[in-house]
Design a binder for this molecule. Structure first.
Ligand SMILES: Cc1cc2nc3c(=O)[nH]c(=O)nc-3n(C[C@H](O)[C@H](O)[C@H](O)COP(=O)(O)OP(=O)(O)OC[C@H]3O[C@@H](n4cnc5c(N)ncnc54)[C@H](O)[C@@H]3O)c2cc1C
Length: 219
């Protein structure tokens, strides 16, 4: 999705590959933000920036963005080719998909885990259960960090790798098998429109109150 925002020039600090076609790009943080917020990014000052969740913690020196390269996409194939020292253009952080110390499930698919990584790195993981769906084990991004921060409360649902050590199946299947999901918890969903709609339908069928379901849709 492209969005019109004032963009500020930054210098890429680093870019690393975290899985096939998936990258983390970073630059110096000189904005304040709340974990869960997004920024607009472009590689030119006057183009069509796309939105990305911040994956780093609120107090960390560098802002990190997790993104996957879309074949024939207008931005990501170019973003992934940047090197340290190259220019990128970013907006100030914004958005209302923010969490606090309440009891909650964080439910993510693919790169949709990014806002929850930021929340976890910002000290908000205490009462949370993270359910992450991905195709292959390599797509459980930031799993080393999440294993440490959310021991016993980090469920990985792997849909396409037969020898996975994690739950074998889609996160929607895992959710359907859960009896007695707490009705008084918040449920934060982040991922594609398809994933968000499917998960919301499952939660509503399990009588989770609609107002307890908060979603961020990547499109
Ligand atoms: C709130 C929010 C947060 C987000 N956070 C993240 C994040 O943290 N990480 C992340 O990876 N993504 C995130 N996204 C998605 C991101 O903003 C981009 O949409 C995504 O990276 C695609 O960018 P692109 O410009 O490379 O691809 P696009 O140019 O948008 O193209 C996407 C796909 O559509 C195809 N396509 C383009 N135009 C057409 C057409 N006319 N007809 C048919 N097919 C077409 C392309 O081939 C490509 O495969 C977020 C989106 C939102 C709304």
């Amino acid at each position: 999705m492209s969005i019109k925002r004032d963009l500020i020039k930054k210098e890429v600090h680093a870019i690393r590959t975290v899985a096939d076609g998936v990258f983390v790009i970073s630059f110096v943080r000189d904005f304040k933000f709340r974990a869960g917020q997004v920024i607009a990014i472009d590689i030119v000052p006057d183009g069509k920036p796309r939105l990305y969740s911040i994956a780093s913690g609120e107090k960390e020196d560098y802002m990190e963005i997790l993104f996957d390269e879309k074949k024939n996409g207008q931005l990501t194939p170019f973003l992934s080719k940047l090197n340290a020292g190259d220019a990128i253009y970013v907006s100030e952080p914004f958005g209302t998909f923010v969490s606090s110390s309440e009891k909650a499930y964080w439910i993510a698919a693919g790169t949709g885990v990014a806002p929850f990584v930021s929340m976890a790195r910002s000290g908000l993981a205490g009462n949370k259960i993270l359910v992450h769906g991905a195709r292959f084990d390599e797509n459980f991004y930031f799993s080393d960090l999440l294993e440490k921060i959310l021991p016993e409360r980090y469920v990985r649902c792997c849909s396409q790798q037969d020898d996975t050590l994690h739950y074998k199946g889609r996160l929607t299947e895992w959710l359907k098998t859960q009896e007695n999901l707490p009705l008084n918890h918040q449920y934060y969903l982040c991922g594609s429109a398809e994933m968000v709609v499917q998960v919301r339908d499952i939660l509503i069928a399990k009588e989770i109150p609609f107002q307890n379901i908060i979603s961020e849709t990547y499109f």
